[in-house]
Write a protein that binds this ligand. Sequence first.
Ligand code: R5P
Length: 286
Amino acid sequence: MKLVSPNFADLLSPNIEIKRFPDGDSYVRIPNLEAYRDKDVTIFHRLYPQPDVSILQTLFMLNSLHAVNASTTLVAPYLPYARQDKIFLEGEVKSADIICSLLASAGLKKLITFNCHFMKKEGEIENQGLKIKNISFAEQLIEHAKKKFDNKKFDIIAPDKGALYLVEKFGGKAMEKVRGGYVKGDVAHRAISKMVADFELKEKNVLIVDDMISGGGTMIEACKVLREMGAKKIFCAATHGFFLNDALLKLNEVCDGVFVSNSIPSPVSEVDILQELKNQKVIDHG
Ligand code: R5P
């Protein structure tokens, strides 16, 4: 059985009620809850924007479904906190593990997500008692890029080694990205200190593929380096596009175009995750 959040309304018909109490608390209701008793239930709920609130709403849904003994799968195309999978400074938290553990202890049996940052490969793993299926969206992005390049040849590049798994099986190579310490201020951000590529790209068209574009710094820096190396046309593609602040504007100034999936809806969400969810038999065809 399917339960669809209002934040998935662009792809499926919602049947969960989510509202706000006047003080801002989340109100979550699963109408006809008894119908889900002892059933396998797949929940479609985005965890971005408003990651903290959306995670809490998910825990509420899981609690209700656990009470009627439903077996639950969550389809959350983007998993927030997945980037915080290592301790950089003493006393930090591994938020990626905490989120998995929270979901598992609320009764979630399986999470289905796209290009989960800490997994670094497609397929299934278990983390903190939570089964996770990581679907890579690279093939669909690369397929879409063929139209962008008018079916002309292009090289495929990942902007850092962490994204190599996205491009490797399509003959792609990875640049090296080194981050420094945290910048001053109250935004937890480590600036890029170096970005290099040890391959030839002179006169070549290039598609850069990453799991996400957040503030855009990675893609912008990659474009600059590749331009200096003599790359011709450059398109930037990612599974998840946040485009914080004026990232899209700035990125468009240094490349020939940007596109992402609709895991997070944006003005350049040109590639649809719904078809892939059908291919993966997460939802029925038709
Ligand atoms: C980091 O390793 C990720 O794969 C992305 O490269 C990164 O998070 C993108 O962030 P930004 O767009 O802010 O550079």
